[in-house]
Design a protein around this ligand. Structure first.
Ligand code: AMP
Length: 216
C-alpha cells in the first residue's frame, strides 16, 4: 500500500508521515528532506536547490523528479508514504509512471485541510531539532519555553523557509496546485479529506489511522 499525504505547507504532512511510518512499517519519503540532504553535500546542485528553497519557490521538476525516482528505485520493495511529493499534476503523472515500473501504484491520498490563518500560526511556532530533525511546535509541545527537543534536549532551530515572509509565498504558491492534485486523486477514487483546523493532533491522527486501516 502506497499513500500520499497532501496539504499546504504546515498541514502536518511530515509529522503524520513520521507517525504512520513508525506504526505501520512504511518508508517515509519526504521530498523536502531528500532535497535538503543534497544541500548538505555542498555541491553545485545543492547550491542550486538551496536557492529555490530559501526563496520559498519550488525546485524545478527535472531535479526533484530525478531524486525521487532514484529513491523509489532504492526502496522499491517497501510500502511508501509520500510527503511533499507530488506538488503538481506533472509530478503526479511522473510518479504514476515511476511506480508502474515497479508494479506499484498510489492506493490512497489523504488530504489534510487546514485554514490558512492556522497554518501561518503553526508554521511560525515550528522548530526542528538539530540532533534528530524531529518537528516540534512551541504551541503544542512540551518543549515550550526552553526551545530544546523534548526527546533528546537537542537545540531547536527555525527552518529558513519557515520565516513569515517566505511562508506566505509558499502557501500562495501551493494553494492552486494542491486543489488540482486533490481533484486528480478524487477522479481516481482514492481521495480522503480530513479537516484538522482547531483539532488536537492526536484526534487528527486517529482519523488518519482509521482511513488508513479502511484502505489496507
Ligand atoms: P517541505 O519540507 O515539503 O515543506 O519542502 C521544503 C521545500 O523544498 C519546498 O518549499 C520546496 O522549495 C522544496 N520542495 C519540496 N518538495 C518539492 C517538490 N515535490 N517539488 C518541488 N520543490 C519541492
Amino acid at each position: 500500500m502506497n499513500i500520499i499525504l497532501l496539504g499546504l505547507p504546515g498541514a502536518g504532512k511530515g509529522s503524520f508521515a513520521k507517525k504512520l511510518s513508525a506504526d505501520y512499517e512504511m518508508f517515509h519519503l519526504s521530498s523536502g528532506e531528500i532535497l535538503k540532504k543534497v544541500i548538505k553535500k555542498n555541491t553545485s546542485l545543492g547550491k542550486k536547490i538551496n536557492n529555490y528553497i530559501d526563496k520559498g519557490e519550488l525546485v524545478p521538476d527535472n531535479i526533484t523528479v530525478n531524486l525521487i525516482k532514484k529513491k523509489i528505485r532504492q526502496i522499491s520493495n517497501k510500502n511508501i508514504i509520500l510527503d511533499g511529493f507530488p506538488r503538481s499534476i506533472k509530478q503526479a503523472e511522473e510518479l504514476d509512471e515511476i511506480l508502474k515500473q515497479f508494479a506499484k501504484k498510489i492506493d490512497l491520498c489523504i488530504y489534510l485541510k487546514v485554514a490558512v490563518e492556522e497554518l501561518i500560526k503553526r508554521i511560525s511556532g515550528r522548530r526542528i531539532c538539530k540532533i534528530d530533525g524531529s518537528i516540534h511546535n512551541l504551541e503544542f509541545n512540551s518543549s515550550q519555553g526552553d526551545e530544546k527537543c523534548s526527546e533528546n534536549s537537542g537545540n531547536l532551530y527555525i527552518r529558513e523557509d519557515d520565516k513569515p515572509e517566505i511562508v506566505k509565498k509558499r502557501i500562495e504558491n501551493s494553494e492552486k496546485k494542491t486543489k488540482l492534485l486533490a481533484n486528480y486523486y478524487e477522479n481516481k477514487g482514492i481521495l480522503e479529506s480530513i479537516k484538522t483546523t482547531d483539532k488536537p493532533i492526536d484526534d487528527s491522527y486517529e482519523e488518519i489511522k482509521n482511513i488508513f486501516v479502511k484502505y489496507s
